[in-house]
Design a protein around this ligand. Structure first.
Ligand code: FES
Length: 354
């Protein structure tokens, strides 16, 4: 069986599901919890930059591969990697190559008022450089649905590029895709996406996306995906609520505002490590992750804001006070996972699967 992948840098690439790739992704969300296993600490992977492309105004794509040339692990659309930058900070970037490709590709927008991560990539990362990465992991998976509506804003298009590939080539499901950007020139992958039927919506030409109209014209059982700047995500969430639609699937770049006033986690409590029985007191003004790292417990962390999912931890017992920007209402009701960089305990004791 053959499929055409339009998301490679060379634009058209024919790959065979028989020769070298069987079409199955082996890396899924909750990478650290393979069946029957407890917390697994992920090591960093050293990769080499094999391509750098100025993809659009202010957007560069970086393709990385194994220094030895071997194939990198597969992943599922929506997945991201942690990239350790030479200026001592770490950032998460969605993968936007084809999920069966040998190499990984990310797209980075230079944020003029950012904290230095994107500028570092733009100014310092070139072909031949080595970068340390961790992952991929996926907190934004594509669910099965009769049809799909994608709403992307700016560089938020990146996780949706491979998603669209999966919907077209694997699911063969109906889809609609609106891609908003500041200007046409600032929109990465615009020509390739437009050729597939994606509706481009440059703000300087058309204004803001007419979300109510778009959502009203979308089948009630369509899965709605949105990624982009916070105002766009909030507007989509509000429009879905207003129109009586299910909660959309969203991925944020930054933590959504969480009102912790009167939060049931706003007190001191005890964390117990299930593997050793070790107990730690978490003061009211410190996070679980901070206390564990201070005590030499090897836990993974990155954003420390409840956005990236790196610290996701399974909870054996205890009542979680969620404060992250990732887990869905369903996840929260299940009460199995938490982000201990921000989330806390409603009661006085949490037992973690560490
Ligand atoms: S470190 Fe990013 S969610 Fe906790």
């Amino acid at each position: 069986m053959q499929a055409i992948c339009v998301f490679q840098p060379e634009f058209i690439r024919v790959f065979s599901k028989v020769n070298g790739w069987d079409g199955n992704c082996c890396v899924v969300d909750r990478l650290r919890y393979p069946a029957g296993m407890s917390y697994v600490y992920e090591e960093y992977r050293d990769l080499v930059v094999i391509e750098r492309v100025e993809e659009a105004e202010g957007v560069v794509t970086i393709r990385v591969g194994a220094p030895t040339g071997e194939k990198l692990p597969s992943w599922e659309p929506g997945a991201h990697i942690d990239v350790q930058l030479g200026n001592g900070i770490e950032r998460q970037y969605s993968l936007c190559s084809h999920f069966g490709a040998d190499t990984w590709r990310i797209a980075v927008l230079r944020e003029l008022d950012g904290r230095g991560g994107s500028s570092y990539v733009h100014d310092n990362i070139n072909v031949g450089d080595h970068v340390r990465t961790r992952g991929p992991r996926n907190h934004f998976p594509l669910v099965d649905a009769p049809s799909y509506l994608f709403i992307a804003g700016g560089v938020g298009v990146t996780p949706m590029v491979p998603m669209l590939g999966q919907v077209i080539f694997d699911k063969d499901a109906p889809w609609t895709f609106y891609y908003g950007g500041r200007t046409r020139n600032s929109m990465a992958f615009r020509d390739r996406l437009e050729a597939l039927g994606v509706v481009l919506w440059p703000q300087d030409e058309k204004g803001l996306l007419p979300l109510d109209e778009i959502l009203s014209q979308t089948a009630p059982d369509a899965a709605v995906y949105c990624c982009g700047p916070e105002p766009l995500i909030s507007a989509v969430e509000e429009a879905c609520a207003r129109l009586g639609r299910p909660v959309p699937h969203v991925e944020r770049f930054a933590a959504k505002p969480v009102d912790t006033a009167g939060d049931p986690g706003d007190h001191e409590f005890t964390v117990v490590l299930n593997s050793s029985g070790a107990e730690f007191t978490i003061p009211r003004d410190r996070s679980i992750i901070e206390v564990l790292l201070d005590n030499g417990v090897p836990v993974m962390t990155s954003c420390t804001e409840g956005v990236c999912g790196t610290c996701e931890t399974k909870v054996i017992s205890g009542d979680i006070a969620h404060r992250d920007s990732i887990l869905s209402e369903e996840d929260r009701e299940e009460g199995i996972y938490m982000m201990p960089c921000v989330s806390r305990c409603k009661g006085d004791r949490l037992v973690l699967d560490i």
